[in-house]
Design a protein around this ligand. Structure first.
Ligand code: PEP
Ligand code: MN
Length: 252
């Protein structure tokens, strides 16, 4: 995947894929918008073992057929090496989540995949540790994603480190994207932090959206409704991307 300076990567979707109906409704909605790829989890790495762990492999056939019929690309998280084989044919970009950034064995296995790897920052990783983790992968295949770090502040789910975006853009050559959904954990903060990230130099965004946010099986508080997400993409985003000199990459 060749990402140019003017490309903007817009990844969006529900935190987790849930039922068949939920997958169909979500994909059909997302296919109508200018996105780089749908981003949603099939496997989840949850802090509590009691939380929804993801639908797993059971909907892979449906996901594959919707991807093809709607001409969508897919970003999804791989939580352990043994999942790579089942996902490799339907995934366009593998996500490594914050909890797995330090899982070097997973990174070593992903290094031989042809797909780009979206490497999220661990909530306890310095920028240097994050870059070191990325060096397990092929450098031309890495997309870094700032998703907030843990600080003493508890009002928000994480503290979004906007410095990291500006720093990496000025000092490294990787594409760097922002995840204001996990970075804040609060849906009303998603738009301001998304826009701040664009103006700090981010090459893209991950935004979580759900048909019925209060019913989402994971990350309900940070999900934008479909209407809120559509307004963000069609009404808010264009003028900011114009100022930043970027255009949403819709084909790669
Ligand atoms: C996610 O992307 O849905 C997720 C679990 O994020 P993180 O790994 O950043 O916590
Ligand atoms: Mn999530």
């Amino acid at each position: 995947m060749k990402i140019q300076n003017h490309d903007f990567l817009l990844f969006a979707g529900p935190c987790s894929l849930e039922s068949e109906e939920h997958i169909k409704t979500s994909f059909e909605f997302l296919a109508k918008l200018p996105l780089t790829a749908v981003r949603c989890s099939i496997f989840k790495a949850r802090t509590s073992h009691k939380s929804f762990q993801g639908a797993g492999l059971k909907h892979l056939g449906l996901i594959k057929s919707l991807k093809e019929s709607l001409n969508l690309k897919l970003v999804t998280e791989v939580t352990r090496p043994s999942q790579i084989e089942s996902l490799v044919d339907i995934v366009d970009i593998f996500q490594v989540g914050a909890r797995n950034m330090f899982n070097y064995e997973l990174l070593k296995d992903l290094a031989s995949c042809k797909q780009p790897i979206l490497l999220k920052r661990s909530f306890a990783a310095s920028i240097d540790e994050w870059i070191s983790a990325s060096q397990y992968l092929k450098s031309e295949n890495v997309i870094l994603c700032e998703r907030g770090i843990r600080t003493f502040e508890t009002k928000t789910r994480n503290t979004f480190d906007i410095n990291a975006i500006a720093y990496l853009k000025q000092n490294e050559s990787f594409p760097v994207i922002a995840d204001p959904s996990h970075g804040t954990g609060i849906k009303n903060l998603v738009t301001p932090i998304a826009l701040a990230s664009i103006h700090a130099g981010a090459d893209g965004l991950i935004i979580e959206t759900h048909e019925n946010p209060s019913k989402a099986l994971s990350d309900a508080e940070q999900a934008l409704s479909f209407k809120e997400f559509e307004d963000f993409v069609l009404k808010t985003l264009p003028e900011h991307l114009k100022l930043a000199g970027k255009t949403i990459l819709t084909d790669f």
